[in-house]
Ligand binder design. Structure first.
Ligand code: PXL
Length: 274
């Protein structure tokens, strides 16, 4: 069984980061070790939250992994709580990634043209370095513009998107997936894997959901670790995210802060076995 480490925060309430990566990657049949960058009462999209930064603890986790000789088949990073932690993450990849272990970076910084609370311009600058050494990066449109140092725009042609993908790949990442692209009544992602472009779109649901990016990235990376070909991994992630959003839309008690991905896990398991 493959074992991966995912480095991101644990938010008790508001499905995101570790609380979605762990169940999704486990359901995909991969051992998932969550390395928490911070512990939050709830994610930062709420009007208030408590945030305990775990930078010092991260160094202690690392020392124990070294002592125990623990290594991982892949490393996946999400929300990193501070710029200082970025150095830890780079060091973690060098020390604990097995030979050839792929590195997946979801450069979590914002959505809908806005930065999440606590994310600064310096943060965007620093995460570029991490993206440059990644095998796959999965920014949403907002994050893709931040990585390129360009102003956020919404109306983009297919060739604009392809140009963005190429520019991001030129900065060093092996493959680039831009998520959350809207095209009329469709929503989906576009990607460049060094060999060619891929576009996977589906019918948009009439619902705004937070946390779809974390669900998409976890499913995509799990599919790649399960050695699905790149276009198939994209397709699995889009189908799973679509199903989770549909389940959320059908839930009369839904909350603004998360997607009912739990109800879509049977679909993910089926897609992984096909
Ligand atoms: O889903 C992205 C995310 C992850 N982690 C934390 C967040 C957010 C988005 O708001 O606040 C703590």
């Amino acid at each position: 069984m493959k074992r991966i480490a995912t480095i991101q925060d644990f938010s008790c309430v508001g499905r995101c980061s570790l609380s979605v990566a762990l169940p999704i990657i486990s359901a995909a049949g991969i051992e998932c070790c969550g390395v928490p960058t911070a512990a939050l009462s709830n994610h930062t999209g709420f009007s208030t939250y408590y945030n305990r930064d775990l930078t010092d603890d991260l160094h202690n986790f690392g020392s124990k992994f070294s002592e125990l000789g623990i290594t991982f088949d892949a490393i996946y990073t999400g929300y990193i709580a501070s710029i200082e932690q970025m150095d830890f993450v780079e060091d973690f990849i060098n020390r604990f990634g097995r030979d050839g272990a792929p590195v997946f970076v979801d450069p979590v910084m914002g959505d809908n043209g806005m930065l999440y609370s606590q994310i600064t311009a310096d943060y965007a600058q620093k995460i570029r370095r991490l993206c440059a050494r990644a095998d796959v990066i999965t920014p949403n449109l907002t994050e893709a513009f931040l990585l390129l140092g360009e102003d956020y725009r919404e109306s983009l042609s297919d060739s604009d998107i392809c140009e963005m993908l190429k520019k991001l790949a030129d900065t060093g990442a092996g493959a680039v997936v831009i998520t959350g692209i809207s095209k009329g009544s469709q929503i989906g992602c576009s990607a460049y894997d060094g060999a060619g472009f891929h576009h996977v779109f589906t019918e948009k649901q009439d619902l705004f959901c937070m946390g779809t990016g974390d669900i998409f990235s976890s499913a995509m990376l799990a599919a790649l670790v399960r050695e699905k070909p790149f276009p198939r991994a994209l397709d699995i992630a889009v189908r799973f995210t679509e199903e989770a959003v549909k389940k959320t839309a059908a839930d009369p008690d839904r909350r603004f802060y998360g997607v009912n991905f739990e109800q879509a896990l049977p679909t993910l398991i089926r897609l992984m076995e096909e």
